[in-house]
Design a protein around this ligand. Sequence first.
Ligand code: KG4
Ligand code: ZN
Length: 341
Amino acid sequence: MKSNKTILLGIESSCDETAAAVVADEREILSNVVLSQIDIHRLYGGVVPEIASRNHVEAVDKVVKTALAQADVSLRELDAIAVTYGAGLVGALLVGVSYAKGLAQATGKPLVAVNHIEGHICANYLTYPDLQPPYTCLLTSGGHTAIVNVLDYNNYDVVCSTVDDAVGEAFDKVARVLGLPYPGGPQIDKLAEQGNAVYPFHSVVTVNGNFSYSGLKTAVINLLHNAEQKGETLSKADVAASFTKAAIDGLIERLSEELRRNGAHTVAVAGGVGANTYLRARLREFESRGLRVCLPKLSLCGDNAAMIASRGYRKYLNGEFADLTLNACPTLKLRGQKPHC
Ligand code: KG4
Ligand code: ZN
């Protein structure tokens, strides 16, 4: 049944989740289907790009049809088709992009190209329907770590970012040296709750106010190696808790500084690490400073297509449509940062 709402189909295939969703007016989820390939990639200790692409090819049509059926929306009732075109794995992105282009061509619906990172930020609108820019967002995913001032629905000011690994990447790498299965972030999260932060690792904030995770990762590896050489057994829970504290406290410290500087009234989080228990608790502390703290639902922190459809809404309203020349852009940056393609 066609309503007077603007209805977008979102398609997401940038990494190891094949996802499709139907969203009305940017903020109302009608369906949100995520088919995870984690069980397949766990066998290899991380995402194998070629395997990810092949699985997206097999899954994408089924996932899109399921999302439309669950939303009880037909292709004819869609206003537009939004698809992630970057950042991510090139082969994986190409599956979603090619599928979306085909669907747009066959149905005559407008095609909207969405930046995956902007999508993560929009997970906040799906959780807090009244949220409006400006606000400050801590972006914490497997590929990105940044503090972003969301100036309006289409403009972002990147205050600082990581100079090497992203925070999620650091979680995954440390989990690996602790012998935990992929993806390591949620595993470290669980383990850290049972431990104490007894190892004082250095801050991840660099002198110029950006973040660096490679030193922290090396410090954890050295701690484990030294203990092994001495024949000592360390508590994995204590290592997980100490790593988590160091990885998150630096983000909070830098975020706190930026919030004081810019006088924002609202702070939000975006990306997979936004599901972390310790990070969410530390962010809630900003409430005592009178700030509104937005924490997306756990199901919307990781990769999903509802956030892609949500981001597509404003581009649709602006008439920013893609055509059949749309290509995957693996190194796409946030607006305000130089895009690489
Ligand atoms: O945003 P996301 O789903 O994908 C990217 O766009 O990169 O983020 C995935 C990252 C992975 O590194 C994963 O280990 C991490 O988010 N992650 C977590 C938690 N849940 C997912 N890290 C720490 N604690 C968690 N609870
Ligand atoms: Zn993501």
